[in-house]
Design a protein around this ligand. Structure first.
Ligand SMILES: [Zn+2]
Length: 175
């Protein structure tokens, strides 16, 4: 079974046995390695006109495709805090964590260092008066846009989970 562990991280043995889709056990020392979903937070930020902030990705995976600001939740953070941090890092918008409201969670896959890791994307909505403060970080975002929900190019999104979350907004799911 495909897994990202080249060696046992305890003894260095190359002999890892799959016990399930998520558990790989070293046959030499018994150390257990796991593949579990990585939590990520994604921001659905709209302005007073109802336009959604979308970004074009400046790196792989999904280089050149559209998506939402967001990223991996760090240890000790809430989803809302991660959302606020990622939004500030990627597009320069500084909102308090309390401004983010949970919408939904959707599974996703993220190609990293040659392995397709499972993630669980947590989506949060937030509202701002306007996007005048947006300043994209060039290593993360090559372009940004504020689009009416029905104009968001979901077919050009990097991740189906992000597109599905926007679709939920388009469908008028209350938040
Ligand atoms: Zn071992």
């Amino acid at each position: 079974m495909v897994h990202p562990f080249q060696h046992c991280s305890a003894c260095g043995s190359r002999d890892l046995a799959a016990r399930s889709r998520r558990e790989f056990v070293c046959t030499a020392c018994g150390y257990r390695h796991f593949i579990t979903p990585i939590p990520a937070a994604c921001a659905l930020v709209t302005d007073s006109a109802g336009r959604l902030l979308v970004i074009r990705r400046a790196h792989e995976p999904g280089l050149g495709k559209w998506g939402l600001p967001g990223g991996v939740i760090e240890g000790g953070e809430t989803g809302e805090e991660a959302c606020a941090r990622e939004l500030a890092e990627e597009v320069g918008l500084r909102l308090p964590a309390a401004d983010f409201h949970y919408l939904t969670s959707l599974p996703n896959d993220y190609l990293f260092q040659g392995f397709l890791w499972p993630t669980i994307d947590l989506f949060f909505t937030a509202q701002v008066a306007d996007f005048r403060a947006v300043l994209a970080a060039p290593d993360e975002v090559s372009e940004w846009a504020a689009l009416a929900l029905e104009e968001v190019p979901l077919a050009d999104f990097a991740f189906p989970s992000n597109a599905q979350a926007v679709w939920l907004l388009q469908a008028g799911k209350p938040f």
